[in-house]
Design a protein around this ligand. Structure first.
Ligand SMILES: Cc1ncc(C[n+]2csc(CCOP(=O)(O)OP(=O)(O)O)c2C)c(N)n1
Length: 640
């Protein structure tokens, strides 16, 4: 398809002289460009397709970037990126040195606030609005938030605050009746009721009221809009009660409705924040997306014609192994319950749900609530498994400290997406959980080195009944040895020696195990035969194992997929503060560097931070160069 209009434009200012009909034509081109792009790059598709018209209308009406436009979560911004100076880079999306898959301030002046974790837009917008007022700057602040994102506590804290302060900012609810899965909760029910309520079907008088203030041509269009919009009303909603001027619901795909209403909002003199309720369709305009259950929320590269995914792996993801294992265990242990915060399929809990639907609780995007609710369940003798991505669990830290650890409640944390996460980048990396959990009294923390170990750790967590426990595992697939399945719990705080060697010991925590094996192979070619141990536990650490490694080796390296202050620090703390016997063994810790790692392929991330096989081998070789007198007996052929 030709892109007659899109080819001509680079920035929103280029579309501001367009007619509404041209904007409609542009929306077709923009939609196709988005679909084509994601078919090649993978990423979030459904959400972007749902806001094509809204994106155009907002940039048409408002004076972006001076007016601040904040997209909640930011996964719906591919069309926005195309319209705001990034059209020619759009196919670099999610790749090394390419555009980010969410919103990143440094990428464009049209991105006033970085988003990726949900439900932050209204708070950030309010901060901007206060700043603008203090600076006597009348720029508009527009926050676009989805109905899924509206399930998070933070959004309510912000609505509560904004509504009470009469700040003239604009909140647009992008209501597609979808989160990643179907949205849950009372607010979602309320929005559905609002849509179907008879009250909203006769809108002529309200349209008239609004259009009276508009030029004739626009006013005519607005009348026509009635045919398309489900209804438009003000008054009487929960949002009104919260102090907003509520408008809606309107058809978020109809440019001829959207533009005049946004114009009206822009020029309105209402001394209240405005809440515009738009109804959209996730995946709109691409049949395979519209027909799929998740509306192509997040996809791999796919065939444009059929929508079929082009990725093929016959390996299981860690999330699937988690879902299957917990589901299996729940068959014989009725106390096991599972909790997700709007990430049922992402965490593998869809598998659990299909077998034990009454024991699965989806709380919406509400990680804090999920954790404290699990604490409540634990007080009553249940075995709650809270499955949350490492990065989203950050949001619930106080709940972990105060409601779980302090009370020593046996909540089980299944921490998914631990470590680097490739194209999802730094907003989604699971870097900090070992660090922030290790520092808490009472916790038991495990990290499997492969999927068989994950199975054992889940079964270990089931029997840890007197304190909180966590196991963390990475994004993506892994090896499982189905001939060697073992469901027995592990000994708490005990690691294991995986490969006996000499002089150098690698003490690995987590799924760098295979990489360590590769590094050892490289070193074997040079007559270096390290010992490789699997720590299994980040807390409590296996001090007997550490003693053994120190006593029998000249060099000890710890490795973990996480930030400083984690497992390696705990090992050092033990050696320096608790171990009585002095050691001459040199110790190094390998962990994530003190910076956020850009999005790119997972293997490139680990290479960049020196955690690939070659880097590990080089580090060990350096030790030989610096410390082993007879270094000449070792080859030096490892790539520099
Ligand atoms: C704190 C947090 N938890 C979970 C997620 C994962 N997540 C990304 S998008 C999404 C659903 C958002 O739904 P909605 O706001 O309605 O947007 P839609 O995708 O429907 O356009 C979720 C749960 C997240 N980004 N942030």
């Amino acid at each position: 398809m030709s892109n007659k209009l899109l080819d001509k434009i680079n920035f929103p200012s280029d579309i501001r002289s367009f007619s509404l009909t041209q904007l409609e034509d542009l929306s077709k081109e923009l939609r196709n460009k988005t679909i084509e792009t994601v078919s090649k790059t993978g990423g979030h598709l459904g959400a972007g397709l749902g806001v094509v018209e809204l994106t155009i209308a907002l940039h048409y009406v408002f004076n972006t970037p001076r007016d601040r436009l904040i997209w909640d979560v930011g996964h719906q911004t591919y069309p926005h990126k195309i319209l705001t100076g990034r059209k020619n880079k759009i196919e670099t999306l999610r790749q090394k040195n390419g555009l980010y898959g969410f919103v990143k301030r440094s990428e464009s002046e049209y991105d006033p606030f970085g988003t990726a974790h949900s439900s932050t837009s209204i708070s950030a917008g309010m901060g901007m609005k206060i700043a603008k007022d203090l600076n006597k700057d009348n720029a508009n602040i527009i926050c676009v938030i989805g109905d899924g994102a509206l399930s998070a506590g933070m959004a309510y804290e912000a609505l509560n605050n904004v509504g009470a302060t009469n700040k003239q900012m604009i909140v647009i609810l992008n209501d597609n009746e979808m989160s990643i899965d179907r949205p849950v909760g009372a607010m979602s029910n309320y929005l559905t009721k609002l849509l179907s309520s008879k009250q909203y079907t006769n809108v002529r008088s309200l349209l008239k009221k609004i259009s009276e203030k508009l030029p004739k041509s626009v006013s005519k269009t607005l009348y026509k809009a009635e045919e398309f919009s489900k209804g438009l009303v003000t008054g009487g909603t929960l949002f009104e009660e919260l102090g907003f001027y509520y408008l809606g619901p309107i058809d978020g795909h109809n440019i001829k409705t959207l533009v005049p209403i946004l114009e009206n909002i822009k020029t309105s003199t209402v001394d209240k924040p405005i809440f515009l309720h738009c109804i959209t369709k996730k995946g709109k305009g691409y049949t395979p997306a519209e027909k799929s259950d998740d509306k192509f929320h997040g996809v791999n590269k796919f065939d444009l014609k059929t929508g079929q995914s082009l990725s093929s792996s016959n390996q299981k993801t860690y999330s699937t192994v988690f879902g299957e294992t917990l589901s299996r265990a729940a068959e014989s242990d009725e106390k096991i319950l599972a909790i997700t915060a709007a990430m049922m399929s992402g965490t593998g809990l869809d598998i659990f749900n299909s077998k034990h639907p009454s024991r699965l609780f989806d709380v919406g995007i509400a990680e804090q609530h999920a954790v404290t609710m699990a604490a409540g369940l634990a007080t009553e003798g249940f075995k709650p498994f809270v499955a949350i991505y490492s990065t989203f669990l950050q949001r619930a830290y106080d709940q972990i400290v105060h409601d779980v650890a302090l009370q020593k409640l046996p909540v089980r944390f299944a921490i998914d997406r631990a470590g680097q996460v490739g194209p999802d980048g730094p907003t989604h990396a699971g870097s900090y959980d070992i660090t922030y959990l290790s520092t808490l009294p009472n916790f038991i923390i495990m990290a499997p080195s492969n999927q068989n170990e994950l199975i054992r750790m889940i079964n270990t967590a089931i029997v840890i009944d007197d304190r909180p426990s966590a196991f963390r595992f990475p994004r993506g697939t892994g090896e499982i040895d189905i001939t060697n399945l073992n469901y027995n719990p592990l000994d708490i705080g005990k690691g294991t020696i995986f490969r006996e060697g000499n002089e150098v010991a690698i003490l690995n925590l987590g799924t760098r195990m295979q990489t360590c094996e590769e590094a050892i192979k490289l070193l074997n070619n040079h007559n270096i035969f390290p010992t490789l141990a699997d720590a299994r536990f980040a807390k409590p650490i296996d001090t007997d194992l550490i003693d053994r490694l120190l006593d029998n080796h000249k060099y000890l390296i710890t490795i973990e997929e996480g930030s400083s202050g984690g497992f390696g620090s705990s090992v050092l703390n033990y050696i320096h503060n608790e171990r009585i016997k002095p050691t001459t063994t040199k110790i190094n810790n390998i962990y994530f560097p003190d910076r956020f790692i850009d999005h790119q392929l997972l293997e490139d991330q680990y290479e960049e931070i020196g955690m690939d096989a070659n880097s590990i081998a080089k580090k060990i070789l350096k030790f030989y160069q610096d410390n082993v007198i007879d270094f000449q007996s070792y080859n030096k052929n490892i790539k520099n």
